[in-house]
Design a protein around this ligand. Structure first.
Ligand SMILES: [Zn+2]
Length: 236
């Protein structure tokens, strides 16, 4: 792949909150599905960009209309576990259930995901083997390179915490800092002729005072925007 950008959006919804979360904790996540998602989709539409949305199975079950709103303009939807439990905290049979139930939930909406992203980016050998067994084309959870690479028959599309809105806004409210980081990464990817990935969450970046980070990034991006599925196809 020559220089290109993938925008990835993790639509966790209420999945993965400890103990199911309080009404308040769930409400903050629901803002993502009910409000922030529309803003993110509107920015992507303004720039005619297709993104890859990673969705846990339970979130697809709880919010099918939101998932249809993502799929309708042609965005890619990929697997993000079922309950958003981190694979490294689960037994092997539990990891299998996460993959198979997550697949069933997406297929119930006529979505056949080609890619997977581990919740909390905590991929394990067991889950990796399950992805191969279920013929996934790619994973996007690891950090040992910043270029796509082949991993036991899968394509790995690496990620990094510094390019994710969640840890950034856990430590600061400064949206310009995230934009500057993303822009520096894009410029490096262009110079080095490589693909790169940024990650955001609708409940975080979809806030009114933050979504312009994505708008400014796409407005000034000097790279073509592709989905993870596009990259996997081009490197198959
Ligand atoms: Zn997630």
């Amino acid at each position: 792949v020559s220089a290109a950008l993938s925008v990835t959006v993790d639509v966790d919804g209420e999945a993965g909150l400890a103990g199911g979360g309080s009404l308040s904790a769930r409400s903050e996540r629901l803002y993502g599905v009910g409000r922030g998602l529309d803003r993110v989709l509107a920015v992507l539409a303004d720039f005619d960009v297709r993104a890859t949305f990673y969705v846990p199975g339970v979130t697809a079950e709880r919010h099918p209309d939101a998932i249809r709103a993502i799929a309708e303009p042609g965005h890619e939807i990929a697997h993000h576990g079922h309950t958003h439990a981190s694979p490294h905290r689960l037994s092997a049979p539990e990891q299998r259930r996460e993959i198979e139930h997550g697949l069933a939930a997406l297929r119930a909406l006529a979505i056949q995901p080609r890619g997977y992203r581990a919740p909390a980016w905590e991929l394990t050998e067991v889950t990796l083997a399950l992805l191969i067994e279920h013929r996934f084309a790619y994973d996007s959870s690891l950090m040992d390179d910043d270029r796509p690479y082949h991993l036991r028959g899968l394509l790995e599309l690496p990620v990094h915490w510094t390019l994710d809105d969640a840890p950034h806004f856990a430590h600061t409210t400064d949206a310009r800092g995230l934009l500057a980081t993303w822009q520096a990464e894009l410029e490096a990817a262009r110079r080095e002729g490589r693909h790169t990935t940024v990650t955001c969450h609708p409940e975080i970046l979809g806030r009114a005072h933050r979504v312009d980070v994505l708008r400014c990034l796409l407005d000034e991006a000097s790279l073509p925007c592709v989905t993870h599925g596009d990259v996997a196809r081009s490197l198959a």
